[in-house]
Write a protein of this length. Structure first.
Length: 682
């Protein structure tokens, strides 16, 4: 039996020893490890996660890679031989994992100094808190290098820049927040320029203590220029050294050393921004220049509080937000017209409240957002704050113009772009906009070595691509998503449908979905999809088995999920001899159609009328839908397979209308492809 008194260190050592004993076995996974450790799988997963912050499969892979590095340094075996000795069935996958983990290819391992090559016991800790998990989707949906989508650095054609974290030269480490604030300011001012692509702060943070050369960093981030600097604050004096490096030549194209009073910090920030744009020959419009030169506050103490708060907010967790709020409150006490501080107060309270069933901070979010807009209506942060309030209150149509205006004022704002991507993916579906903003977000947030984040980014990109009919491209990125994180529970789910789009094998799709549901039978999303696949094949008895479980659990938990599926559930219950229960689902679906404000309402109504035998009305609704745009590819793949629309197929106009729907989709697809190519997004 497992010894409950065993320490974390001893437990991890024992796990490592067991894995190393079986390191050459490709089939030695989590289940085998649990058995060898005489533990339940759930306890093993919990303890490994607790002590390493990695999933069990990630930790096993880490041990294999560590052993691979050891063999590379101590033997003359080939990379291929070593990959199989440490349990990788594919040499190419071993090379990919090795490069991601250590930062260089296996073939380079023997050339690298030992002190550079040996990693710590635990690789980068994958800590995705509730807030950070949201940022993966909204602030993200972060992220990775897409060579086919982003121009390579150093070409001289792409006006792109990364602002590396400034080094704190102060003897007092407490001044780090101030030096970070200088970097944030430089980044923020450059982000306001349409003619310049500025990668995000999250992308450059990984290089805070790097030994990589500038050309290597630029290649990872796909930028033409790197801005690096160091600074220190001594009393009321600021010393700053900064240089702009051209990636292709590793040559400084501009640099400067500054010694200024803290009171001159805003003028210094504007001067630096001007020097950089002149050196890169960036076009700055008068409106952009006005926004760049706008001083956030006249009160230096308020600004100091704001910088301290920003440092805590950048931790992207609840504790950081709770620490930032009092500092922001002090900032607005010092300057009652400090728009940036008000905006970040609203943003902080929004994310504190986001997962709460009972919202606590609605009024605070609104009040602070309104004050931010009052004192700076052209600040992207002010507009984001108000948009988040409308998202908080589910007034989605009011949120959108604030997000679009924020992007106009800050075209490089990753938070805005990823909020828009989520908006068009989830709230107001628009496949073309979803894909465009997903691709823009990837261009700004690149180069992360976090395989979990990479996996989810590839997942969302693949989803955006398949919705717009880019099947082969979506296959490419869903494969990448699974490769980077085999534990990504959503990627195999999406993969099942992408495979259907490619081969139209519905039985294979059913099998794949069923396999995923059997891994976690609490997944109601997959459960109803398995039922639906049987429904499409008119296997009503099988569909009933899964729908019955879904309905029971949905009712038990009091969930209002998947109301659009109730008409299918109703038909299955009717076929199985439960007419009264079926009628309840039909009524529920009719109510859903009444509430629906999406572009799919007319398609949903066509299905409803078809079931009711109102063929003329059903065809009219289908005619209305045939004039819509930006609907998802799933309409083309599954609408005609629905048994409920069989009565409409007898109408002489049905085939013509369906062909119009298909033609409009592919016409839009072609236009979208041309537009994205013109913008350099694909």
């Amino acid at each position: 039996m497992e010894d409950p008194s065993i320490s974390g260190e001893a437990f991890i050592d024992a796990v490592e020893a067991v894995v190393l004993d079986n390191v050459s076995r490709e089939d030695f996974g989590v289940s085998e490890l649990a058995e060898a450790m005489n533990m339940s799988r759930s306890n093993l997963l919990r303890k490994i996660k607790k002590h390493t912050l990695l999933s069990a499969s990630q930790y096993i892979r880490q041990i294999r890679l560590k052993k691979g590095l050891e063999l590379l340094k101590q033997t003359s075996l080939t990379v291929s031989e070593i990959s199989f000795q440490v349990g990788f069935g594919s040499t190419s996958y071993f090379i990919k994992c090795f490069r991601e983990h250590f930062g260089y290819a296996p073939g380079e391992a023997r050339k690298i100094r030992k002190e550079q090559a040996v990693p710590s016991r635990f690789v980068k800790k994958y800590r995705i808190s509730a807030l950070a998990g949201l940022l993966v989707l909204l602030f993200a949906i972060a992220f990775f290098v897409l060579r086919s989508l982003i121009p390579a650095g150093g070409t001289g054609q792409d006006k792109s820049i990364a602002v590396l974290p400034f080094k704190n030269e102060s003897s007092d480490s407490a001044n780090l927040y101030f030096v970070n604030g200088l970097m944030e300011s430089a980044l923020s001012k450059l982000q306001k320029i349409q003619d310049l692509r500025v990668v995000s702060r999250t992308s450059v943070e990984q290089f805070r203590n790097t030994d990589l050369a500038i050309p290597e960093i630029a290649e990872i981030l796909h930028v033409s220029y790197i801005l690096e600097g160091s600074g220190q604050r001594i009393g009321d004096q600021v010393l700053l050294t900064i240089q702009l490096v051209e990636a292709a030549t590793d040559r400084p194209v501009w640099g400067g050393q500054y010694s200024r009073k803290v009171g001159d910090i805003f003028a210094l920030q504007n001067e630096i921004a001007s020097e950089i744009t002149d050196a890169i020959k960036v076009v700055v419009t008068p409106a952009e220049l006005e926004r760049i030169e706008r001083q956030p506050t006249d009160n230096l103490l308020a600004y100091d509080y704001y910088l301290q708060a920003l440092e805590r907010m950048n931790e992207q967790n609840r504790e950081g937000l709770l620490s930032a709020i009092p500092l922001l409150e002090k900032a607005v006490e010092e300057d009652s017209q400090f728009a940036l501080a008000y905006a970040n107060l609203a943003i902080s309270y929004y994310y504190l409240d986001i997962y709460q069933i009972e919202k606590q901070y609605t009024d605070l979010i609104n009040n602070y957002a309104d004050k931010a807009l009052l004192y700076d209506s052209k600040s992207a942060e002010s507009l984001i704050a108000k948009a988040l309030y409308y998202l908080h209150t589910k007034e989605f149509r009011l949120a959108l113009p604030h997000l679009e205006k924020a992007l106009e004022y800050n075209p490089n704002s990753l938070p805005v772009i990823q909020l828009l991507a989520d908006f068009y993916a989830r709230i107001t579906p628009n496949t073309a906009r979803y894909l465009e903003y997903a691709l823009k977000g990837i261009q700004l947030d690149v180069g992360t070595q976090d395989s979990v984040t990479k996996s989810y980014t590839y997942l969302h990109l693949s989803n955006a691509l398949i919705q717009t009919g880019f099947v082969d491209e979506s296959i490419r990125y869903i494969n990448q998503s699974i490769a980077f994180n085999p534990d990504n529970e959503y990627a195999p789910f999406l993969n099942a449908y992408i495979r259907y789009a490619k081969n139209r094998n519905i039985k294979q799709t059913t099998t794949l979905l069923l396999q995923e549901w059997q891994k976690d039978s609490s997944r109601l999303d997959i459960l109803q999809e398995v039922a639906k696949m049987h429904y499409f094949q008119e296997e009503y008895a099988k569909a009933f088995v899964y729908y019955e479980q879904f309905v029971a659990e949905r009712e038990r938990q009091g969930l209002g999920i998947y109301p659009q599926e109730d008409i299918k559930i109703g038909l299955v219950y009717e076929k199985m001899g439960y007419p009264d229960r079926a009628a309840e689902f039909f009524d529920s679906y009719a109510q859903y159609c009444e509430r629906d404000q999406s572009i799919y309402k007319s398609a949903s109504m066509a299905v409803l009328y078809a079931r009711e035998g109102k063929i003329k009305q059903g065809i009219e609704q289908l005619r209305i839908f045939s004039n819509q745009e930006d609907y998802q590819y799933w309409i083309l793949l599954f609408f005609e397979k629905d048994p409920l629309i069989a009565p409409l197929k007898e109408h002489p106009e049905f085939e013509t209308l369906m062909q119009r729907i298909k033609d409009r989709f592919w016409k839009k697809h072609a236009a979208l492809k041309k537009s994205l190519e013109a913008k350099g997004l694909i």
